[in-house]
Design a protein around this ligand. Structure first.
Ligand code: PZK
Length: 287
């Protein structure tokens, strides 16, 4: 990095730096997490795949929802972003019943205050997408809350604008991905407010790390669906006998290669741009 940068924080697999008073740098590493643990073995180019996908979606949805993207750097893994005042809730949109949504539904028939039809199976498509906000709990884990609570925390108008933005973005991404054989079961958005008070999309968007991507081929409700990107790594971790506490196991080369291939496949299917072209000129995704 040429500018003086201040490290502001680390996510599990990303780093955030301040460039100046108005701009941040979001850098995606090649680290991968499974079962909530970051593994010691990186997946080469994973950070570039996620950054390129985010930039692709930002470019294609900016007319629908303004976003924080200012520039995509030539390294293909770094985004220069506008500084926002981030909302204190994450906005999850779910089009399918999976994860904590499925768990809550089996226990209560509801997900974050949404009463769903009886008789749904695991991984079923919902009659329409639902918005299930979450707050960052002290444990670092997300805590699901209902929309009324989110509206109280954010302010009713702000929350209403953020939920409409998130629903529109999900519908756009889900439809685009479905046409290319990828189901976006759910996805998490982080939105903020700019200096004019407008709600703006921040963070990463519609990536495999912020979403559940399932292959449309073989989709079969009534059982857990394989992850489009992480399933090789998860299967290997499961079979290794690892107890799912840190540190995670080193991945063998064939599992790394298979996982990398799946990330590249997701990128190429969704963007219809070859990953080789992306590496040569990252800005091709903005076109
Ligand atoms: C912001 N994070 C999450 C933490 C990461 C990411 N545009 C923005 N303006 C102000 N703040 C943020 C953003 C964005 N995006 C995002 N925290 C603050 C985060 C650590 C590492 F990569």
């Amino acid at each position: 990095m040429s500018e003086a940068t201040v490290h502001l924080g680390s996510g599990k697999v990303r780093e955030l730096y301040a460039l100046d008073d108005e701009r941040l740098l979001l850098v995606a590493s090649d680290r991968i997490s499974t079962f909530d643990v970051v593994l010691p073995t990186p997946i080469p180019d994973k950070g570039r795949v996620l950054t390129g996908l985010s930039a692709f979606w930002f470019a294609r949805t900016k007319g629908m929802v303004p976003n924080h993207l200012l520039a995509l750097r030539d390294d293909g893994r770094s985004l220069e972003c506008r500084r926002l005042e981030m909302l204190p809730v994450e906005i999850v949109v779910r089009g399918y019943l999976a994860g904590s949504g499925w768990k809550d539904y089996t226990a209560t028939g509801q997900v974050c205050g949404h009463t769903l039809p009886a008789g749904l199976r695991e991984a079923d498509r919902l009659p329409e997408p639902i918005v299930t906000p979450a707050t960052k709990a002290d444990t670092g884990h997300d805590l699901n809350i209902d929309e009324d609570e989110a509206a109280r925390i954010c302010g009713r108008q702000r929350y209403a604008a953020a939920r409409e933005a998130a629903l529109g973005l999900y519908r756009f991404g889900e439809e685009h991905a479905a046409r290319r054989g990828i189901i976006v079961a759910d996805t998490k958005f982080e939105l903020g407010v700019d200096q004019e008070g407008a709600v703006v999309l921040g963070d990463e968007a519609l990536t495999p790390d912020s979403s559940r991507f399932w292959p449309a081929t073989g989709y079969e409700p009534g059982r857990p669906q394989p992850s489009f990107d992480k399933q090789f790594a998860r299967d290997w971790c499961e079979a290794s006998g690892w107890d799912k506490t840190a540190p995670g196991p080193e991945l063998p080369a064939d599992v790394v290669a298979g996982t990398r291939a799946r990330y590249l496949e997701a990128f190429e299917r969704l963007t219809e741009i070859s990953f080789e072209d992306y590496l040569a000129e990252p800005e091709v995704v903005l076109g």
